[in-house]
Ligand binder design. Structure first.
Ligand SMILES: Cc1cc2nc3c(=O)[nH]c(=O)nc-3n(C[C@H](O)[C@H](O)[C@H](O)COP(=O)(O)O)c2cc1C
Length: 195
């Protein structure tokens, strides 16, 4: 599969890994190997977290009868493209400890773990796509995850890039790396007035 031209232009020097990570919708159905899957989650495992609590939980499936359960949790707008991906997962943050404490940074830490997974994927020629469009009322119960202790964050697809032409025409138009706000809008040196 030929990689599409990346139109992104960094405004400061940055490792190409950061601009080469983007979220495609066309995935090849080529399976990921067990070693590849383990490496994705290994990337996440080494993420930083407050007090090293590691509040993230990844629940995933690749095939077999349970895969339909995973696909069914996606909202239709995501099902239309994501069900072809060789791996679908859901990400939870442990937002309540066994002692009843609610760590303030659980979702933040879980986001860091997600990004680690996404970047590890790109080092291996694999793409990921996060999906907030999931059925939040069903995801914990369908996957056997306590809704007392775990807050669902999002789903994700992972796999190799598929042909853009495999997508419906409206999604083909969006199948390209997008841009970002300028650096001057997101990082400020010194005291910020009226941010
Ligand atoms: C938490 C989260 C939820 C998202 N939800 C969806 C989604 O439901 N459907 C979708 O197609 N893309 C979804 N995205 C992908 C974003 O639209 C995408 O990351 C953003 O446009 C930046 O593009 P890039 O990832 O290609 O750099 C989500 C991304 C994140 C991080």
């Amino acid at each position: 599969m030929t990689e599409p031209t990346n139109p992104r232009t960094p405004s400061a020097s940055v490792d190409p890994l950061f601009i080469d990570r983007w979220s495609p919708r066309s995935f090849s159905d080529e399976p990921l190997t067990d070693d590849e899957v383990a490496s994705l989650f290994e990337g996440a495992r080494w993420s930083p977290s407050s007090n090293n609590m590691q509040p993230w939980l990844f629940v995933y499936e690749t095939d077999g009868p349970d895969r339909e359960v995973f696909d069914s949790i996606l909202l239709p707008g995501n099902q239309i493209w994501a069900t072809k991906a060789p791996l679908i997962g859901f990400i939870f943050a442990r937002t309540k400890s066994p002692e009843g404490r609610r760590p303030r940074t659980a979702q933040f830490d879980t986001g860091a773990a997600w990004m680690s997974l996404a970047l590890q994927a790109r080092t291996m020629g694999i793409y990921t796509h996060a999906m907030g469009g999931i059925n939040l009322d069903e995801v914990n119960e369908k996957l056997g995850v306590s809704d007392e202790f775990y807050t669902p964050i999002c789903g994700f697809a992972a796999g190799r890039l598929g042909p853009r032409e495999a997508l419906p025409s409206d999604l083909q138009e969006r199948e390209s790396p997008n841009d970002r706000k300028p650096l001057s809008e997101i990082a400020f040196k010194g005291i910020v007035e009226n941010a």
